[in-house]
Design a protein around this ligand. Structure first.
Ligand code: ZN
Length: 116
């Protein structure tokens, strides 16, 4: 089951990794001190990654307004559902808002149908 995690958590991990990539790229620029042009390119690239992650964080904020808050039947904590099916943020219990899908195996492709 570890294969799936809550969508918001996934996007958050992605945004966080963008920040790290940005920092690593900027740090790599320091090794090109002798060439100001190359260093500037690295700095700008690193900055772009960090800007991208800011955009992703903003996107998470937008998505969060579309989520539905539910109480997870498995662990009893309040979690958020994005789309038709999602996972509990705490215990990865598959949750659905669609009664037709209740009891079925968790499948992310149900979301794609719903997004059309
Ligand atoms: Zn739960």
């Amino acid at each position: 089951m570890a294969k799936y995690s809550s969508k918001i958590n996934k996007i958050r991990t992605f945004a966080l990794s963008l920040i790290f990539i940005g920092i690593i790229v900027m740090y790599a620029g320091i090794f090109f001190k002798s060439s100001p042009l190359v260093m500037t390119i690295f700095m700008v690239l690193g900055l772009l990654f960090i800007i991208a992650s800011t955009v992703v964080y903003f996107w998470i904020g937008m998505l969060s307004t579309k989520t539905v808050q539910v109480i997870c039947p498995n662990c009893g904590k309040q979690t958020k559902i994005l789309g038709r099916v999602d996972m509990c943020m705490y215990c990865n219990e598959p949750l659905t808002l669609d009664p037709n899908l209740e009891g079925r195996d968790f499948d992310e492709k149900y979301n794609r149908k719903a997004n059309k």
